[in-house]
Design a protein around this ligand. Sequence first.
Ligand code: FMN
Ligand code: SF4
Ligand code: SF4
Length: 256
Amino acid sequence: MKIFYFTSTGNSLHAARHFGGELVSIPQAFRARDLEFADDSIGIVFPVYFGGLPAIVERFLKEAKLDAGYLFAVLTYGGAALNSVKILEKTAAKCGVRFDYINAVEMIDNYVPMYNIEKEIAKGPGKDIEGRLNAIAEDIRALKKGHSSPSNLGFRVLGGLLRSIPSMSVQPGRDKTFIINDACSRCGVCAKVCPVGNITVDGSVKHLHRCEWCLGCINLCPENAVHLKSEKNSTRFRNADVPLQDIIDANCQVGP
Ligand SMILES: Cc1cc2nc3c(=O)[nH]c(=O)nc-3n(C[C@H](O)[C@H](O)[C@H](O)COP(=O)(O)O)c2cc1C
Ligand code: SF4
Ligand code: SF4
């Protein structure tokens, strides 16, 4: 079994580790230009972005050839999966992919522009994240079929409406809104966690305006030097079970 994953703050990698098999980072598969895969089972694990798919996951579904007897997808989300399962089904169908099994698991919300992340982290114990992940792992071991969305009809309709709001979509130039303060030590971590190679750190931190708004650079900066005008406070999130180095290994597009 192969599991392709995309993660910014570790939730989706933590989830993928529950399901077994060989883990393959989607950004690294793109970097290696190796996009043809065959196995008895293939899975894909990624976060919900704006009630849909991260742009890099959409590209992966379009460009990769996935040949498997059993295909599954697991979405991680922070509080409202909205219409993401339907959007995944539609995107996959356009790419000639049909998932046997789709499920979603509520984890910690990492969306700094809108939420007080301290409060989001405090909600964690009430979400039974490990219980949900173990149940999904059991489904996958049993090659269970079926698509399951955590959202009711109201949330799915709301998801459709929200996606028409410009701030609820990826805008490559949105990296201009990052404020790097004097705490920056020019350590280069932000450049290494960026899944699309959008950051250079030389005399200063520079963005190349092809940002996909994963928020890895803001959440994972060791000096907490990256800020947004709109943030509720300066608390940041990384999944406690996933070391920073694992996210660097998963996403880094710079250096050897
Ligand atoms: C750009 C962006 C958009 C997001 N949109 C949603 C959303 O629509 N619904 C939701 O419940 N969580 C949303 N989230 C939260 C993430 O889906 C959630 O925290 C996820 O588990 C993060 O996974 P990761 O740690 O693997 O990156 C969003 C996060 C980002 C960065
Ligand atoms: S990760 Fe933070 S401290 Fe390091 S270079 Fe980037 S902004 Fe500066
Ligand atoms: S610049 Fe930051 S938010 Fe944009 S894609 Fe890179 S790591 Fe993600």
